[in-house]
Design a protein around this ligand. Structure first.
Ligand code: FMN
Length: 410
């Protein structure tokens, strides 16, 4: 396969005016919303469940199942929160959706709100995403003027200040509430007690952009595009040492080899693949002989890594894995919110150790110390930030140990 059978989310991206209401409507936009408004909320949830749509922000949780956790018959407000923080290194897909097809998100939100019984939605946009924010805000205004919003469902657009931890759903909610973006312990999950104490569904931009298509074309169509346990297509951000870096939409059963060679055009640098990160910086690294894996949530989990945010980072033979780990470690040390001791202390020390290894000042015990801190700290913190950080710490060292040892003085 060299191209996706069909483009769904990116079908209008080539049009210079793809962000406008006129183009969205001309290409079938806002036809799903009236259908959804005529459906019972439970019917919409059922459509999403049968489609096998899974969250595309990182965790891959089944979307319909998440929606059904909203307490039945809840009397107070229910909120829909869209995660447009897109902080995972190597990931740059949501910005394209916001810039080039913002009405898909508006319509997806209005339908999703109907399904979960919400009258108010928030879109939390990463602070650095100025153009995506402008485009999305303009689309919201157009949607109000055209009467697609404001008749039982309102949207608030909120700009973050640029912190990776505010992509974690409970950190995002704290930030949205005007507090420091610190994650909270789960349970209670946001579906029970989320924004401002009310039941809240947090979903990624791309996840919700799929929703109008599910209503228009049916869950079976969507499920058939994917694998047994995950429906549809998704947008892969392909970067690093490839000839054609970019965002590519493909069915979730596409292989990593196809993404690198067919979509990305093959490896640059010295032309020989050394390693690849398949799902954003928190995903465990794969070696060149591990790329015949499908890119769906379960395919990558079975390969010992994760689909995450589908950020594919390609490294050729000239890339130094210890240096790559140092860069990643610097990011996690900088972004840890500092609430939990294992995360705050280990991310800082692991960065210091990787840095001294790269600078030729490493100590014999450093590698085992990093592995020990990673393995003992994982699962002990409030949120999954540190669990994500240990993906690279452990896999880079275990798969490329010789390269690290070669830099440590004997
Ligand atoms: C440290 C951390 C950062 C995250 N950053 C993002 C992000 O930038 N965007 C996103 O959609 N999800 C992010 N997530 C996942 C969210 O917590 C949440 O699972 C997701 O927004 C749910 O949406 P989905 O089910 O549609 O994927 C992050 C998770 C963690 C632990």
């Amino acid at each position: 396969m060299s191209a996706p059978a069909e483009k769904i989310l990116t079908r209008n991206f080539h049009r210079p005016d793809s962000h406008t209401l006129a183009t969205y409507v001309e290409t079938g936009g806002y036809t799903a919303l009236p259908k959804a408004l005529a459906m019972e909320p439970a019917q919409i949830v059922d459509v999403v469940k049968r489609s096998n749509l899974r969250g595309l922000g990182g965790a891959g949780f089944p979307t319909g199942a998440k929606w059904s956790f909203i307490p039945k018959g809840h009397a107070g407000p229910v909120y829909l929160v869209i995660n447009a923080d897109e902080g995972e290194p190597g990931t740059f897909k949501d910005r394209y959706l916001l810039e080039r097809d913002p009405h898909a998100l508006v319509e997806g939100m209005a339908i999703s709100a109907r399904a979960i019984g919400s009258a108010l939605g928030f879109v939390y946009i990463r602070g650095e995403y100025v153009q995506p924010w402008r485009r999305f805000r303009a689309a919201v205004r157009e949607a109000y003027d055209a009467g697609h919003l404001g008749r039982g469902f309102d949207v608030v657009v909120h700009q973050g200040a640029g912190a990776y931890i505010c992509g974690e759903e409970t950190g995002l909610i704290s930030s949205l509430e005007g507090k420091k973006g610190w994650p909270k312990l789960k349970p209670p999950f946001p579906a029970i007690k989320g924004a401002f104490g009310a039941p809240t569904i947090v979903n990624n931009v791309e996840t919700i952009c799929h929703v109008p298509h599910l209503v228009n074309r049916g869950p079976e169509w969507f499920a058939r595009l994917g694998t047994k346990t995950q429906g549809g297509t998704r947008m892969y951000s392909v970067s690093g040492r490839v000839r054609r870096p970019g965002v590519y939409e493909a069915p979730v059963g596409v292989t990593l080899r196809q993404l690198i060679y067919d979509f990305g055009g093959g490896v640059t640098g010295n032309g020989t693949l050394k390693a690849v990160v398949p799902g954003g910086s928190s995903a465990a690294i794969l070696t060149a002989d591990e790329i015949d894996v499908t890119m769906d949530v379960d395919g990558l989990r079975n390969a010992g890594t994760m689909a995450g945010s589908a950020g594919v980072i390609v490294m050729d033979e000239t890339v130094s894995i210890p240096e790559a780990l140092m860069v990643v470690a610097r990011f996690y040390a900088h972004e840890s919110c500092g609430q939990c001791t294992p995360c705050r202390e280990s991310t800082g020390w692991i960065y210091k150790m990787t840095e001294r290894i790269v600078e030729g000042r490493g100590r014999k015990e450093d590698l085992d110390t990093i592995l020990d801190l990673s393995k003992r700290g994982a699962g002990t913190t409030i949120c999954a930030f540190f669990d994500g950080a240990v993906g690279p710490y452990i896999s880079y060292i275990e798969k490329f140990r010789d390269e690290f040892e070669a830099l440590i003085p004997k």
